[in-house]
Design a protein around this ligand. Structure first.
Ligand code: A3P
Length: 377
């Protein structure tokens, strides 16, 4: 069902105390002016997802905002978290890529932070304290920065925020980016051979579990994902934020698996042989590391070591920007991201029936792709 309702009505609906949002699935379409207002007001809303429509050239043409009860996904549409702004998507498509840029590109929960940490450690020769944490905090398409720091005060209008992609423009080389951009939204220059992309894949059953837990980390999780069974059903479709794992992963795999500036890694293989993973990444980046450096990179990128460091991450502060910048230097910006970091956790969550259903879907979607994925090691 599609309905055009005013922003005012929607905000009232969202901010109603104990709003269960159990209305039938409705797509809410806004006029341009409303979108601006909605963005100004967005911090007052619970977890919401925008839906962006693309034309055939991959240029975003129209933004729709879905209400909390879900919505539909048509061909060419993709749901994204509210932090992904339209201006970021437009700017990133034509972004200037440096030859030595490193883009860690993943479907969420595939091991983005782990891989980024390996890259950062390689670049700093295994010395954790040399990593500048101000240059690593969030996916490049997120638009949640205030001047000089992260996480703006809740009422700051979008116009005053400094988008992540703008901040990255001033970083010294080599720049390390994290992104969950879909294949058709990545910067064009990447596909002209500029920069290096490390694309990490994780088995979609463990990833589902990780995603499910992640979506519950916020204060008010999206009601569509309140329970595992509901989440699982949506996860099997393109209605899940970022589109389905199959859509996302296969689009990169099919088009770029042989591109010279792409390295495809698998979470399960990284777990099985972390040293080899470090060597693969170092080789791809053209870094010749001695044994001691490799040992340090392996040690500091282990799940226990990272958990310890990410745990100490400070809470976002509302200090003035200069102080904030200093405070930021020491923090990792992603507390709660490191959970178990294991292979096979899906067995604790999938029912037998869900596992079977997913296996069938997997067979159907992956047929002929030439991509093997391990569900246990
Ligand atoms: P789990 O939730 O299954 O534990 P992302 O960085 O893409 O958001 O992925 C997060 C997932 O990667 C989490 O999975 C997290 O625990 C896991 N992870 C992070 N660092 C890791 C590491 N050093 N080794 C193994 N897994 C790690």
């Amino acid at each position: 069902m599609t309905a055009v309702i005013s922003t005012k009505t929607l905000l009232r609906k969202f901010s109603a105390p104990n709003s269960s949002m159990k209305t039938p699935a409705t797509t809410v379409i806004y006029a341009e002016g409303d979108i601006k207002r909605l963005k100004r007001e967005r911090f007052k809303m619970p977890h919401s997802f925008g839906q962006v429509k693309f034309n055939f050239k991959g240029k975003p043409t129209e933004v729709k905002c879905l209400d909390m009860s879900g919505g539909h996904t048509a061909v060419g549409d993709i749901q994204l978290p509210w932090m992904v702004s339209q201006r970021a998507l437009v700017a990133l498509k034509d972004y200037d890529i440096r030859q030595d840029d490193i883009w860690v590109t993943t479907y969420p929960k595939a091991g983005t932070h782990w891989t980024s940490e390996i890259v950062q450690l390689i670049l700093s020769e295994g010395h954790v304290d040399r990593i500048d944490r101000t240059r690593q905090p969030h996916p490049v398409e997120f638009d949640i920065y205030r001047p000089g720091g992260v996480t703006p005060p809740k009422d700051m209008p979008i116009e005053k925020l400094v988008p992540m992609y703008e901040r990255c423009k001033n970083w010294p080389s080599p720049r390390v980016f994290m992104t969950h951009l879909a294949e058709h939204l990545m910067p064009k220059q990447i596909y002209e051979g500029k920069g290096k992309v490390i694309f990490v894949m994780r088995n979609p059953k463990d990833l589902a579990v990780s995603f499910f837990h992640f979506l519950h980390m916020g204060e008010r999780p999206d009601p569509r994902f309140e329970n595992w069974d509901n989440f699982f059903e949506i996860y099997c479709t393109d209605d899940i934020p970022y589109s389905s794992w199959f859509t996302y992963v296969l689009s990169f795999w099919k088009k770029h698996r042989y591109d010279e500036n792409f390295l495809f890694l698998k979470f399960e293989e990284m777990k099985k042989d972390p040293r080899n993973a470090v060597l693969q990444v170092a080789h791809f980046l053209g870094k010749d590391l001695d044994d001691e450096t490799i040992d340090r990179v392996v040690r500091y990128s282990s799940v226990d070591s990272m958990k310890e460091r990410f745990k100490t991450s400070e809470k976002h502060s509302d200090k003035p920007s200069e102080d904030h910048h200093e405070a930021e230097k020491s923090k990792l910006g992603a507390p709660g991201i490191i959970r178990k970091g294991i292979v096979g956790d899906w067995k604790q969550h999938f029912t037998e029936e869900q596992s079977k259903k997913f296996d069938e879907l997997f067979r159907e979607k992956m047929e002929g792709s030439g991509l093997d994925i391990d569900f246990e090691i």
